[in-house]
Design a protein around this ligand. Structure first.
Ligand code: FES
Length: 107
């Protein structure tokens, strides 16, 4: 359930090891929450190339998540496609850590 600012609690910080990502239900889709250098980032868990879920587990490169289907990578800070075959960005979301809870909001 969303708070009055539109944020929803989706995860516990301890569920996401440093340098890894995990997917969670959010709205009517999934969000991929990544932990990198102690910060949390969230992107839609849907590749912009052929609409396949992105990989969970270790983050592929610094601040990048990878699509397991054809290998496209996306920057989790901006959603920008970093290599072919994806050219379109993916959505990013606002992240707030409130104690141990990770809350996600729309940009
Ligand atoms: S579906 Fe992700 S790179 Fe093709």
């Amino acid at each position: 359930m969303a708070d009055r600012d539109g944020f929803e609690k989706v995860a516990q910080a301890g569920e996401i090891p440093e340098g890894e990502s995990r997917s969670y239900a959010y709205g009517d889709g999934e969000v991929l929450v990544c932990r990198q250098n102690g910060e949390f980032f969230a992107v839609e868990n849907m590749c912009s190339h052929a609409k396949s879920p992105l990989a969970t587990g270790p983050v592929a490169n610094e601040y990048q998540v990878k699509c397991p289907l054809h290998g496209a990578r996306f920057d989790v800070r901006s959603g920008k496609a970093m290599c072919l075959p994806a050219v379109m960005p993916i959505k990013t979301f606002l992240v707030e850590q409130r104690g141990e809870d990770i809350w996600i909001g729309k940009q």
